[in-house]
Design a protein around this ligand. Structure first.
Ligand SMILES: [Mg+2]
Length: 187
């Protein structure tokens, strides 16, 4: 499937959801591209997973911000590759550094830079320890099996909207509870 067809399908998928994330964050290695960039050199010509570009451009068209969170120890190679692929200007934040934490510090920086709360973010990564750590922050996080694709994208948006509605339900419950307790105090 060509980039344009993927992009159109991604637009259609987004059209099916009433609530969408404000920011979508992607890992690089084995999420956007099928390799560890530390194993390659600046001189190599990288390529993305087949659906990645169409999904990135669909998000951009829809006005949803995108960012990178990568623990790659070779940020220079990662940056060169993003440049070569013509993607560099798409991202509102690019956090590429190795770290002992499982990307929670990457997300703190992304939140600081963008002002977007964790509950308004969606994250794709291929390592479950990152998924576990980041989802504890309140970010809807999706484990990808063989790179990001339309299937994972649909799954991510669906999980995001489920998480948002349970958050809203809890808020409403809390509002009802505090109204009740304040009116019982008045009696
Ligand atoms: Mg990875």
């Amino acid at each position: 499937m060509g980039d344009d067809r993927v992009k159109n399908e991604a637009m259609e998928i987004m059209g099916m959801f009433q609530v969408l994330p404000r920011l979508v964050v992607f890992d690089l290695d084995h999420t956007l591209w099928p390799f560890y960039c530390e194993c390659l050199s600046n001189r190599d010509m990288p390529s993305l997973y087949p659906h990645a570009k169409g999904i990135l451009y669909a998000l951009k068209d829809k006005g949803i911000d995108i960012a990178i969170a990568s623990r790659s120890p070779t940020s220079d190679i990662a940056n060169t590759f993003l440049e070569k692929l013509g993607l560099k200007s798409l991202f509102v934040a690019q956090e590429i550094f190795s770290s002992w934490t499982h990307k929670t510090d990457h997300f703190q920086k992304i939140k600081q830079k963008t002002g977007v709360p964790y509950t308004e973010m969606l994250f794709f990564d291929d390592e479950d320890r990152n998924i576990n750590a980041v989802s504890k922050l309140g970010v809807t996080s999706i484990l990808v099996d063989d790179g990001v694709n339309l299937e994972a994208f649909r799954q991510g948006l669906s999980k995001f909207s489920q998480n948002r509605s349970s958050l809203e339900r809890n808020k409403q419950r809390w509002r009802n509870f505090s109204q009740k307790s304040s009116s019982s105090q008045e009696l």
